[in-house]
Design a protein around this ligand. Structure first.
Ligand SMILES: *Cc1c(COP(=O)(O)O)cnc(C)c1O
Length: 362
């Protein structure tokens, strides 16, 4: 008997997307760091993606990288979140390249590297407008001069982030600033940078339209490979497959119930005061999955006549009145999965991950 809830992972489609995006970017002189943090860098995902010629794997969590590295020691791992001072030792031991914006942290990386007899590689992040991490452009050259003097680390790149905090899209202007700064950095360092990293999935659109400055030679791509879309711009990636994941959950109660709660209303399980519209008696299904496992707003029932009306930690409540399907107790309801749902589902140990692969796909 199958266990539910379960996340079905179509490895063939993920491989397809990895190959498509890797080859497309390579044809424009751009290397790919595959970002697998949305899947806790599950070994099956890392294995599928790396089988398509991608050798850099990016994750924001050191624990995920440690786990993936055990299984695939030959790949290079990039730590996407700035290192915490409390994890410096692990960073130099398990990570090949980290993104950085603080001299104090780079000094600590250098000292730890010397203790372990390694050279840790660093990509300097520049804040060209999104206002999450990064050195401000005016401070950048002074920063590079100081960072160059730190033993035990090597500056191998510069990068910028977009659409993470400020919602700022990558464009010709902010990427030109990044490429100018990378030229200045190369002049100071005296060698070419391996990574001039111009953002994530949302930069693919610029490459496709010839709007990416020539110096940009790397992108860090998560969503595009995992979901086959550019969810920031809300556009498709031509040729990519979107059937990479779906969720299956089981009906544990199915009853006709009044849509209005009965009794004095205080708060729901998450401390919010709920509001309801009286739609009369509705046919409702409860599923054995809840907010502990997934963000409900990031799911879409495949049966479009089913509506998610809410949930608690361990329950999801559906209105199935309009559906053409005559659901029964024990039936399975399927959902499409957006990025946040994917992230939560991979992080929930209560959700079974079932990997499928079409025979004959390489
Ligand atoms: C998550 C992340 C990415 C990947 O973004 P996608 O939109 O999923 O392609 C790239 N860079 C950094 C620094 C990230 O944290």
């Amino acid at each position: 008997m199958a266990y539910y809830p379960r996340l079905i992972v179509n490895l063939s489609s993920i491989k397809h997307n990895a190959k498509l995006i890797r080859n497309f970017l390579a044809s424009h002189g751009i290397s790919t760091i595959a970002v697998t943090k949305g899947t806790t860098s599950h070994p099956k995902i890392v294995g599928a993606i790396s089988s398509q010629g991608i050798k850099y794997i990016g994750d924001s969590r050191i624990l995920n990288i440690k786990k993936a590295k055990q299984r695939y020691p030959h790949l290079s791992y990039v730590l996407l979140r700035l290192p915490m001072l409390s994890e410096i030792e692990d960073v130099v031991r398990f990570v090949d390249i980290s993104l950085n914006s603080e001299l104090e942290v780079i000094k600590a990386l250098g000292q730890a590297s010397k203790r372990y007899g390694v050279i840790h590689k660093v990509i300097l992040m520049v804040d060209v407008g999104d206002r999450r991490e990064g050195i401000l452009p005016d401070d950048f050259l002074g920063f590079v001069k100081k960072a160059k003097e730190i033993d035990g680390v090597k500056i191998v790149g510069v990068g910028a982030n977009f659409a993470c905090f400020g919602g700022v899209l990558p464009d010709e202007k902010n990427l030109s600033l990044l490429s100018e700064l990378s030229q200045d950095a190369e002049n100071i360092l005296g060698y070419p940078l391996e990574f001039i990293s111009g953002g994530s999935t949302s930069s693919i659109h610029l490459v496709a339209h010839g709007k990416i400055p020539k110096k940009i030679n790397n992108l860090r791509v998560g969503t595009g490979i995992l979901l086959g879309i550019d969810d920031i711009r809300d556009i498709e990636i031509e040729g990519a497959k979107k059937d990479t994941f779906y969720l299956e959950a089981q009906i544990i109660e199915l009853k006709e119930k009044p849509s209005m709660p009965f009794g004095e209303i205080a708060k729901d399980a998450f401390g919010n005061v709920p509001h309801f519209e009286d739609k009369g008696i509705r046919k409702r299904a409860i599923l054995g999955i809840g907010k502990q496992d997934v963000i409900l707003s990031s799911l879409k029932p495949i049966d479009e006549k089913v509506e998610i009306i809410g949930g608690s930690s361990d329950h999801m409540i559906l209105d199935v009145t309009a559906s053409d399907v005559n659901y029964k107790i024990g039936d399975i309801i399927r959902f499409r999965v957006a990025y946040t749902a994917m992230l939560y589902l991979f992080n929930s140990s209560y959700v079974v991950k079932k990997f499928i692969e079409e025979v004959g796909s390489e």
